[in-house]
Design a protein. Structure first.
Length: 527
């Protein structure tokens, strides 16, 4: 057998094309401020085998290449020339070191590094912070799909247990003429008091507890063992409530994950699965804002997301375009306060177009409003006058004033069955501020610029999720805990932005902020 010698060039660079995305990534990261990343390493002891900047490069590049598993990243560092080039002669890290770097080094720093790149996009003119598009999706957590804890079940079982504890307290009161009472909530202190009393009685009476089959337990032993079991259960319920907080559910495998209804259900029956609500803010096809939430509802997430972006970017967008899932009086008021023009589709916008809605005489929108007298006139000509005004508070504490209108007399009205199901007179509850802000937003979305933004929202924000979940095959998190999960999302979005910038440079599409449909182009030419 004749021997042969495998010869490789000393420099991997000869194998990497000049326009490869890995070169762009290296160029970008070398111009970022990585001092905080370096400071995450101790100055004492030996130096890390892989320099922090090179480690950061291979992590981002791995997500650019759809390699999310630490073992796949380790394999790539040993076999892929692009990864070797990024390492620049450093030792290839193993999967454990990669996992520690993602969790311990990047955990608290990743958000700052991500927004650094967003600012770099602004410096090169790819982002102007003018027209922003917001959308959300639910991504499954790395948790058992059947490890659920429901708030209502916890409250229901705790209530049943409290009734049993109250029964034991009554029995103790009858046997020993005591006065124990069990409160509806937080029965722990009372359980401890009863156990302390029973243990004293055990010593005082010299009762010996017995165990095993065929041995009869005393009433004192039965009461003590029942209370000890209830104490353990009470502590478990308290733990559940602490983890739940304001949520309705959580997973035992990943306590930060909430059970949500996913569109891509594996059993195709609308099953709930543990996941996170991922919110992305998009401009010019780049993801410029990221945030994760436990809440599956989109309404309460808009303000925290915008505030977080302001913290890192130091500004608010001029225009915001979202779908109807974000519409609320609180969100409108916040946008007005921050001088952000709202392009939010009203929740009933699609219904307003239907004939069935226009024929519904009970809807406020189909009644005549007398602005001078501040009254509504129903289909039968009756006037709905102001009855009173009430204050309503949202879960976040936002207070809104609601005006209650009531019809003068609905008795004998031939249209009452079509108008209302109420036994008495027809009432309307109207937030005047919300109605006014909704009308302004409706005018915005029906303007020429509003129509253009709505088209681009579908293309850009929904398109970003399509690329991440379908093209990049990111449908389930690998880590657990909201901090680690957010690090995953930020790495994914940073990789997405680098790929997008590379694609735009190659196709010479840089500086094109909005997609203009052909019909709008033709209308513009005709005008």
């Amino acid at each position: 057998m004749t021997g042969y010698q495998l010869s490789l060039p000393l420099d991997y660079e000869v194998y990497i094309p000049e326009n490869d995305s890995v070169r762009l990534l290296s160029h970008i990261i070398e111009r970022m401020d990585l001092n905080e990343l370096y400071s995450a390493y101790s100055s004492l002891g030996r130096k890390p085998a892989t320099k922090p900047d090179n480690f950061f490069k291979i992590m981002v590049y791995a997500y650019m290449e759809e390699r999310y598993s630490t073992r796949k990243i380790e394999e790539s560092c040993r076999r892929d020339i692009n990864f070797m080039w990024l390492l620049s002669g450093d030792e290839a890290p193993d999967h454990t070191t990669i996992s520690r770097f993602r969790k311990d080094r990047l955990g608290e720093l990743m958000e700052g590094l991500y927004y650094q790149f967003v600012k770099k996009l602004a410096e090169v003119g790819e982002v102007k912070f003018e027209d922003g598009f917001l959308d959300g999706t639910k991504i499954e957590a790395n948790a058992n799909r059947y490890s659920f804890v429901w708030k209502k079940a916890v409250e229901k079982n705790e209530l049943k247990m409290h009734l049993k504890i109250a029964g034991i307290a009554d029995e103790i009161n009858k046997l020993y003429l005591t006065g124990f009472t069990v409160p509806e909530k937080d029965a722990g202190p009372e359980i401890d008091a009863m156990l302390f009393f029973l243990k004293d009685k055990k010593k005082e009476e010299g009762v010996a507890f017995v165990y095993g089959s065929g041995k009869k337990k005393s009433n004192l032993q039965k009461l003590t063992e029942a209370l000890e079991e209830f104490k353990i259960r009470q502590e478990g319920y308290e733990t559940h409530k602490d983890i739940l907080g304001e949520r309705n559910s959580y997973s035992k495998t990943d306590n930060d994950a909430t059970f949500m209804r996913m569109k891509d259900d594996h059993m195709l029956n609308g099953q709930l699965k543990p996941g996170y609500n991922v919110q992305l803010f998009v401009e010019n096809e780049y993801i410029t804002g990221v945030e994760l939430f436990h809440n599956s509802n989109d309404i309460p997430v808009l303000i925290p997301l915008l505030k977080n972006m302001h913290t890192h970017l130091g500004l608010y967008y001029k225009n915001l375009c979202t779908d109807s899932g974000y519409e609320s009086e609180e969100n409108y008021a916040f946008l007005i306060e921050k001088n952000i023009t709202a392009y939010i589709k009203p929740q009933a916008y699609e219904q307003w177009k239907k004939k069935s809605f226009k024929k519904n005489i009970g809807k406020r929108e189909n009644m005549v409003y007398d602005e001078e007298n501040d009254e509504y006139i129903c289909y039968n000509g009756q006037r709905l006058k102001i009855k009173n005004k009430i204050k309503k508070k949202s879960k976040t504490g936002y207070a809104s004033e609601v005006t209650v209108y009531e019809c003068e007399n609905c008795n004998g009205c031939p249209y009452k069955e079509k108008c209302t199901k109420a036994k008495g007179n027809r009432q309307l509850q109207v937030s005047k501020e919300f109605v006014a802000m909704r009308e302004t937003s409706l005018e915005n979305i029906t303007s020429e610029h509003g129509k253009l933004l709505r088209v681009n929202r579908s293309i850009q924000s929904e398109g970003a999720f399509g690329i991440l979940k379908q093209d990049r095959n990111f449908t389930r998190f690998l880590t657990r805990g909201i901090v680690n999960v957010k690090t995953e999302v930020l790495l994914l979005c940073l990789a997405f932005n680098v790929n997008k910038l590379h694609a735009k440079i190659q196709s010479e599409r840089t500086g094109q902020y909005l997609h203009i449909p052909k019909n709008m182009e033709e209308e513009g030419k005709a005008a």
